[in-house]
Design a protein around this ligand. Structure first.
Ligand SMILES: [Zn+2]
Length: 285
């Protein structure tokens, strides 16, 4: 792709082309819905707001900062709709965006599997060394492959206990009410860690097969976790979904600035639905 011409303002179509080159839509899962959601392709883009979720709070933020385009991780419209009437939750968002002349673009599972992708940014936040895919996009992909795939496996610079790793993750990740909880013996020594941004329970078996000491993801549930731990699998860390994907925006933003010559604002609005967390119990060994 040619370098941006500094004398002309990039259009929505220009930014979409840049994003499609880094996160080809063909890499998305078949059930996913990625790409331009709304916005005129020829409209100029001076400022972009990068978010995990396109929700009323981040739409308001886009208006406040004067963004012409929102790049979101989660699809606004994943399942079929028969109305975008402003009396519906998502229809209201669609109306607000169109009225404010703000385009919306989504890169979801195509950004998850990219290299660098969502889980690379998560692994980097945790300081993991030598990251490689947890589930390679191309089965059998070795060290000489293109490095695409879901999740990442890496090595901690120095071993630490599960309790220490849980605290380390809580400090390294963006703060949320949910924080980080872990399953497994608190004194278990952890050297190798798998991570997956977002809901990573479909990859519990991959983490076990990889032989890592711990697996950090989000949205884990009671029964799968109990059975996984009982069968001797890696320790599990369950972070806030938003917090596991927010680091990716720090990788996306400089790329957009350099490739498109646009201003980019990264949203730090915590859009995780959990707002309160309390516990009176000390860690259980
Ligand atoms: Zn997600």
């Amino acid at each position: 792709m040619s370098a941006p011409d500094p004398t002309t303002t990039p259009t929505v179509a220009d930014v979409v082309a840049t994003l499609d080159a880094r996160y080809p839509p063909s890499w998305a899962e078949s059930w996913d819905r990625v790409g331009l959601v709304l916005g005129e392709p020829e409209a100029p883009v001076r400022r972009v707001l990068c978010v995990v979720d396109c929700v009323p709070e981040t739409v308001a933020q886009a208006r406040e900062v004067g963004a012409d385009l929102i790049v979101a991780h989660h699809p606004l419209l994943l399942r079929g709709v028969s109305s975008v009437a402003p009396t519906t939750y998502k229809g209201r968002i669609v109306h607000q965006l169109i009225k404010a002349d703000i385009a919306l673009f989504v890169a979801h599972t195509n950004a998850d599997v990219a290299n660098p992708g969502v889980s690379d940014a998560l692994a980097a936040r945790l300081g993991l060394l030598d990251p490689r895919p947890l589930r390679p996009a191309t089965p059998g992909d070795g060290p000489d492959g293109d490095g695409r795939g879901t999740g990442r496996i890496g090595r901690l610079p120095a071993p630490m206990t599960l309790a220490e790793l849980t605290h380390h993750a809580a400090v390294a990740l963006p703060p949320t009410a949910w924080g980080v909880r872990a399953a497994g013996r608190p004194d278990r020594v952890i050297s190798t860690v798998a991570v997956c941004g977002g809901a990573g329970d479909p990859f519990l078996a991959d983490a076990s097969a990889a032989g890592v000491d711990a697996y950090l993801t989000a949205d884990l549930r009671h029964h799968p976790v109990s059975e996984h731990i009982a069968s001797g699998g890696p320790a599990l860390l369950d972070a806030a979904h938003w917090a596991t994907e927010r680091p990716w925006l720090d990788d996306l933003a400089p790329h957009l600035r350099a490739a498109c010559g646009v201003e980019v604002v990264v949203s730090d609005l915590d859009t995780d639905p959990w707002t309160v967390h309390d516990s009176l119990k000390e860690p259980r060994s």
